[in-house]
Design a binder for this molecule. Sequence first.
Ligand SMILES: [Zn+2]
Length: 284
Amino acid sequence: MNGAERYFALAGERGELGHAFLLEGEDPEVLKKTAGRIAQRVLCEKGTACGVCESCRAALSGNHPDIITVTHEKPDTLSVGEIRAQLVDDMEIRPYRSARKIYLVPDAGKMNPQAQNALLKTLEEPPAYGMILLLADNRNRFLPTVLSRVATLRCEEESGEEKETSGSARLIGLLRRLQTADAAELAKAASELKSDGVSAEETFELLTYLWRDELIVKAGGKTRLRFAEAADMLEDWAEALSWAEEDRIFAAIQEGKAKLKANGNPDVALEVFLLELRELLRKA
Ligand SMILES: [Zn+2]
């Protein structure tokens, strides 16, 4: 979670979310991913980007009807016509299934003055459900009238520690829906972890720590868990799995690690482990 996401987490908890934001940062990919995670969080049925609810699953698959990404045809311009059709007019239509409807505008700095002016009224008086996230490398690309109507949040690449937090959040989300996931979903989730900058090695490291927690829970302990946020899931597993099965999974994690060290294919190693875990959980 980077600073911009933390802001949304806190403001969301307090019920103080505004309507219009400018996410400013150099890396367009970081901006897009951050905006996607923010949208997922805002629309999540639990308000936490849980990764499990229907809304989160739709968001993660890129098919959420209330998350709209504004696109542009010409590489260097986001035109007034595009802003009107995809955002200003579209926002008149109520959300399809959520309390809010969120517009992501990558390359927002490519809006010409006309397009920016077309946006002013919507920025000033959005419907209660409307939210706009403008993504740009530099806030100086915007008219002062736009800037005065948006909250600017800096959006930097995450540090290693932050990356681990978001990697573990994604991993826990994936494990929570493991029993119902099909093979294609598992493969996709594994590649999402990687695209978040969490390597298969790091994922197996996280799994090792998670399984230490699991064994603590299985032994009846509940305090000092590294992944306290996953305690409910770990308890369910502890109830369902025998000690022998717990050990087998721990061994499978170590095997996966060893395979990677032996230059195995990292994606395959992770997928094989996830499939194995899924089978054990289903049988249990
Ligand atoms: Zn959710």
